[in-house]
Design a protein around this ligand. Structure first.
Ligand SMILES: Nc1ncnc2c1ncn2[C@@H]1O[C@H](COP(=O)(O)OP(=O)(O)OP(=O)(O)O)[C@@H](O)[C@H]1O
Ligand SMILES: [Mg+2]
Length: 424
């Protein structure tokens, strides 16, 4: 089981627990040893003293010679009658303690008679209690000390880890050439972690850079041949006597080239991805882009026998990146064309964005999110697509701060809505 406690707290808990066990064990040992010594030493001493009284003093008719703290009692001598308190004492050593007094009692039975030595032990008991208090205080103090020491040590131990975590979290590691962080750390486990982080980050930066270079190189290199094709089409258009069928073919080549140029431009802009280049490729209002795309896709939609309409519900004069807006809109219109068999397609323009509605096959609700992932296609996907269109749309929207969402329409079809800015 992985503990969810912060590292610092875990170290402190370990410290306190260890001290609690070790110091508890020592304290208990001290108490046990004191008890053992008390019982053994005192019992031995009283035994010898009782024997002395019986064999030397009483046997010679003398009174027991005892110190002021010790008294002698016997069951068969009325002079030394046993007080009730001790009469039930066990054979050998025992203690008799009540609220006011404390006594050691030593009983020895000879020929059915009980002989007692009773020693006042109040003073000893007091010292013993003081010792127990001292042991308890020592125990509590050592646990508190362990907590303070643990906290101090844990902070020192965890400090480099916290620093590393902060560095990793707060520095913009990927976009700027941030210096390595490993040299800031000692050659220990944390240092190794920092090194591993640096090396992984290095690999990540390299592959990111390679990917960006690749995309921009490819996009860049494709621009020239595309321009050649485009200008050749224009030449063919003007300079030669082509029949209408051939002209139609040339037109299609030209349209495809335009589309490719637009895509190449999109990829190039996305690969560069810095905001100051955002306006590269020109800017245009929503209405202008909608006119252009509506004309292009509307024709094909109508050719398929569907209805196409464009409704302007208040598009304003805000200018957006032409390349990106064109790519987003044309991808959504192309999908509407591909995935609609009857009914029609509507392009609605609003103040804060636009909307492409169709009466096609629609997308099941649970797949709405998934369709925006790269290489994901629906079960009823048509044609040669790769499942990249919507993922490109989403990437562009993210890049430009736009938002795209999809809803199902009744009785069938979908509605893709693009918010070009906040409604508020
Ligand atoms: N207007 C729509 N109506 C119904 N399903 C759609 C619509 N638009 C997208 N889809 C579904 O979402 C899937 C993903 O669309 P996406 O545009 O990403 O890829 P694609 O159209 O399959 O291929 P391409 O890479 O050529 O665009 C499609 O395969 C299709 O199932
Ligand atoms: Mg598509």
């Amino acid at each position: 089981m992985v503990s969810k406690q912060p590292l610092l707290r875990r170290i402190v808990i370990a410290f306190v627990l260890m001290t609690f066990c070790v110091s508890g064990f020592f304290s208990l040992s001290i108490v046990a040893v004191v008890h053992f010594i008390e019982e053994n030493l005192v019992s031995q001493e009283l035994d010898e003293e009782l024997l002395g009284v019986l064999q030397h003093d009483l046997a010679n008719g003398l009174p027991p010679r005892l110190d002021s703290r010790t008294q002698f009692f016997a069951t068969d001598m009325p002079r030394y009658a046993v007080p009730d308190r001790f009469i039930k004492a066990e054979e050998g050593f025992s203690e008799s303690v009540d609220d006011t007094d404390a006594f050691y009692v030593f009983k020895r039975s000879i020929n059915g008679q009980g002989y007692f030595l009773v020693q006042e032990q109040h003073e000893f008991e007091e010292r013993e209690t003081a010792l127990y208090h001292a042991v308890l205080a020592g125990f509590v103090l050592s646990v508190i000390l362990a907590w303070i020491l643990g906290l101090w040590l844990a902070r020192r131990i965890v400090a480099p880890v916290v620093r590393l975590a902060n560095q990793v979290r707060h520095r913009d590691q990927l976009h700027h050439l941030a210096p390595d962080i490993a040299p800031d750390y000692a050659d220990d486990e944390v240092g190794h972690l920092a090194k591993a982080f640096d090396s992984t980050l290095g690999q990540l930066r390299n592959s990111l850079e390679r990917e960006q270079l690749f995309t921009s190189d490819v996009s860049h290199e494709l621009r020239t041949p595309l321009m050649v094709i485009n200008s050749s089409c224009e030449l063919l258009d003007v300079a030669t006597n082509l029949d209408p069928r051939q002209l139609e073919k040339v037109e299609r080549i030209k349209r495809a080239t335009d589309e490719m140029s637009s895509l190449v431009q999109t990829f190039l802009l996305l690969a560069r991805s810095t905001s100051n280049q955002s306006i590269e490729g020109g800017s245009a209002t929503l209405a202008v882009v909608a006119q252009e795309q509506g004309a292009r896709w509307g024709a094909m939609i109508r050719e398929k026998g569907l209805l196409f309409e464009m409704v302007d519900e208040g598009a304003d004069e805000t200018r957006y990146n032409l390349t990106f807006l064109r790519t987003v809109m044309s991808n959504l219109l192309r999908n509407a064309l591909h995935y609609t068999e009857s009914g029609g397609v509507r392009l609605r323009l609003m103040a804060d964005g636009f909307c492409v509605e169709d009466s096609g096959i629609g997308i099941p609700l649970e797949q709405h999110e998934k369709m925006f992932q790269p290489f994901v296609r629906g079960q009823q996907a048509r044609g040669e697509g790769l499942g990249l269109g919507l993922s490109l749309v989403k990437r562009i929207c993210f890049h430009e701060g736009w938002r795209v969402s999809v809803r199902s329409r009744e009785p069938s079809g979908s509605e893709f809505r693009v918010f070009l800015r906040d409604a508020g």
